[in-house]
Design a protein around this ligand. Structure first.
Ligand SMILES: Nc1ncnc2c1ncn2[C@@H]1O[C@H](COP(=O)(O)OP(=O)(O)OP(=O)(O)O)[C@@H](O)[C@H]1O
Ligand SMILES: [Mg+2]
Length: 262
């Protein structure tokens, strides 16, 4: 994909000098990255290099895992997310996350979409018509509306895996997230499901900054505009996807994208 016309964009997410330790083990080392809006940025690198750990810094869910120490700075739309006045609930509302296994709640499709909104807004903030519109808009945005409009009261967990993953993306949208983090979002899907999710991401990235971890080189190459290559907790290279794959600057990147390790 062509990353042209993005160079003047303001960065949505920036990490500067970020270090993270699980106990004594340092998993991130002096990570500095700038993520642009309007494109898909892929985070690639061998197993254990720290991709998930880095992704989880941006909504601060690493802190749930205990014994985690972080130094450095992360700003999202210019705001330092470690500032004392940052509410974790507000942060997680504006930074959506999608996981490897689709994880809809065992409630109706309709209520899955509204779950986040209900958690973040006062009771009766929206009337029935507004709620219906929110559900329809979210499902249309992930190209799921036509498939499920006649069974909105069925359980989200009864859908196919591809539909479940679309539902998990859709339920973020009523919260108007600024960033959507995805940790190997297609790894539970077959090739066709993967292709349709990639098409969907290509549309969604116009409105949301998307940072996606993938260990699938072909997917990174097909579906992302920029790639960040990590190794042993460090950023080795960040550039347009074409450059990273065809003209890598670092020897480690060249080895990785040509399949020598990972
Ligand atoms: N909760 C944790 N406690 C201790 N160590 C952890 C924890 N989570 C991850 N690690 C370690 O931190 C390093 C980075 O792990 P991480 O899961 O971020 O890698 P990854 O690049 O996402 O790997 P994969 O491709 O296998 O998903 C690994 O050495 C891992 O064992
Ligand atoms: Mg991971």
């Amino acid at each position: 994909m062509d990353a042209a016309n993005t160079s003047s964009a303001v960065y949505t997410v920036q990490a500067t000098g970020l270090n993270l330790w699980y106990g004594d083990f340092q998993a991130l080392r002096d990570v500095t990255i700038r993520v642009k809006p309007g494109i898909i940025t892929a985070l690639i690198g061998p197993s254990g290099c720290g991709k998930t750990t880095l992704l989880r810094c941006f909504n601060r869910i690493n802190e749930r895992y205990g014994n985690v120490t972080t130094t450095g700075e992360i700003t999202i739309l210019g705001k330092n997310i470690y500032d004392r006045d940052v509410s974790l609930s507000t942060l997680r509302k504006s930074i959506g996350m999608v996981f490897q296994r689709p994880n809809p709640l065992p409630i109706s499709i309709y209520e899955n979409i509204l779950f986040g909104v209900r958690a973040h807004t006062p009771r009766r903030a929206f009337n029935r018509r507004q709620r219906d519109e929110m559900v329809e808009a979210a499902l249309r945005n992930v190209q799921l509306w036509d498939e499920v409009k006649d069974r909105l009261r069925h359980r989200g967990t009864d859908l196919t895996l591809e539909q479940q993953q679309k539902l998990c993306i859709a339920r973020l949208l009523p919260l108007k997230p600024q960033v959507i983090l995805m940790d190997e979002p297609c790894s539970a899907l077959d090739a066709e499901g993967t292709e349709r999710i990639e098409e969907l991401l290509d549309t969604l990235c116009r409105d949301y900054t998307i940072l996606m971890v993938t260990h699938n080189m072909a997917q990174a190459r097909r579906a992302s505009h920029e790639c960040i290559f990590m190794l042993l907790g460090r950023i080795i290279e960040h550039g347009s996807t074409l450059d990273v794959f065809l003209r890598p600057q670092q020897a480690e990147t060249a080895m990785y994208v040509s399949g020598h390790y990972g």
